[in-house]
Design a protein around this ligand. Structure first.
Ligand code: NAD
Ligand code: DAU
Length: 368
């Protein structure tokens, strides 16, 4: 990623902020983060790369020109608070920032919330993606080397049985409102490539985990419930399998695909770290027993609860295209990554405590 101008949508979310931190720390790119700051947008996640949550959160489109004028080789991050469904704002962001590429991560991302209220998933994930594609198409006509990179999920492929892997050729078969909305957005991105020639890449990644993960998701929820001494809710029998990838490994894959990936191609991203949900929760409990010992083991807090409706049994990625063609290799395995993650939550109460107190404190979502 040499000297590029990158838009990152959803850059205050979990994966978007990991990507933005890497782009600022490890490349010389300039980055414009576009984020609406929904309940899941946490500007504090970009504090270590210079975003000031107090000063910058209200930077709307009227401030963009003056912000961009201050960018230089030292200050390479600008922030725009905007909704990706706002066509006028997106057109203006492209025209003024003049990006070489966009990493599109803004989305409603939580399956349980999509069961409770699919509307925002349809709006942001489908209409929002179409809005960005239209803005990108106009811009690409002036800047032919531009690339639209869409960040998607393995959930578009549906569920696996006990064996087998998702490849790039696996037919789409989404089951939740979330995964159906992501499948739709993938189809839109491919349609803009096939119909108008817009240069694109699509990545479909497995479950991410790591620092700055919003505590509605299984891993941070379990860590924070351990700290609160609250029950650790395991859906059904805990036998569903997810394929876990440390978030920085995903972010590095995204940069690699952007640079070296071929036009119009899809790449699956995953590191062969399949675990049942029960194994994941037990592993966290054992690490907590070691790092924050109590009179009784955290394992005693495990509680089996009603299953998620339409709960996909198993996800597992075949990453051989990404590894073989582009040379990607994850740096963390599940054991090293989960230990780093638990330690990060123990060390970074400043980040999660306000979220826990003001936005989401662990209540069950998505019972249908
Ligand atoms: P997240 O929920 O943590 O962050 C989403 C971000 O998008 C937030 O900052 C939010 O404020 C912003 N946003 C939401 N609606 C918006 C709108 N209308 N306009 C502008 N900004 C908006 O999500 P995440 O876990 O970081 O996921 C990022 C992307 O990666 C998503 O597209 C998701 O589908 C995909 N993905 C996630 C995972 C995972 O395990 N988390 C795995 C594979 C793919
Ligand atoms: O596979 C990629 C997807 O991974 C991404 O596209 C999504 O954006 C991301 O949220 C994630 O989806 P999951 O539904 O797999 O993640 P979640 O953390 O919600 O749940 C992981 C597993 O744990 C899942 O099988 C449901 C289960 N679970 C979840 C919660 C919140 C529990 O058993 N208990 C819980 O309290």
């Amino acid at each position: 990623m040499k000297n590029k101008r990158c838009i990152v949508t959803g850059g205050c979310g979990f994966i978007g902020s990991a990507l933005t931190r890497l782009l600022i720390k490890e490349t010389d790119c300039q980055v414009l983060v576009i984020d609406k700051l929904t309940y899941a947008g946490v500007p504090e996640s970009l504090k270590e790369v210079g975003l000031d949550p107090e000063r910058d959160v209200d930077n709307d489109i009227s401030t963009l020109n003056s912000q961009l004028a201050t960018l230089n080789s030292e200050k390479r991050l600008a922030f725009l608070r905007a909704d990706i469904c706002d066509q006028e704002a997106m057109d203006k962001a492209f025209a003024e920032f003049r990006p070489d590429t966009i990493f599109h991560l803004a989305a409603e991302s939580h399956v349980d919330r999509s069961i409770d209220g699919p509307g925002e998933f349809i709006r942001t994930n489908i209409t929002g993606t179409a809005t960005l594609l239209q803005a990108a198409l106009k811009w690409w006509k002036q800047h032919p080397s531009f690339v639209f990179q869409h960040i998607s999920t393995d959930e578009v492929y549906g569920t696996l049985g006990e064996t087998g892997y998702f490849t790039e050729k696996t037919p789409y078969s989404p089951h939740s409102p979330y995964s159906a909305s992501k499948a739709s957005s993938d189809h839109l991105v491919r349609a803009w490539h096939d119909t108008y020639g817009l240069p694109i890449r699509i990545t479909n990644c497995s479950n991410n985990y790591g620092p700055y993960h919003f505590p509605e998701k299984l891993i941070p929820l379990v860590i924070l419930n351990c700290l609160d001494g609250k029950p650790l809710p395991v859906y059904g029998k805990g036998a569903n399998v997810r394929d876990w990838l440390f978030v920085e490994d995903h972010a590095r894959a995204l940069m690699l695909v952007n640079e070296k990936g071929a036009d119009g191609e899809t790449y699956n991203v995953g590191g062969h770290n399949e675990r049942t949900n029960l194994e994941v929760v037990e592993t966290i409990c054992r690490i907590m027993d070691e790092l924050r010992p109590k009179a009784t083991s955290y394992l005693d807090l495990i509680t089996f609860v009603t299953d998620r409706p339409g709960h996909d049994l198993r996800y597992a990625i075949d990453p051989s295209k990404l590894m073989g063609e582009l040379g990607w290799k994850p740096r963390e395995n599940f054991e090293s990554g989960i230990r780093r993650t638990v330690q990060w939550y123990l060390d970074n109460e400043w980040w999660w405590k306000p979220i826990h107190e003001q936005r989401y404190s662990g209540q069950r979502l998505g019972k249908g």
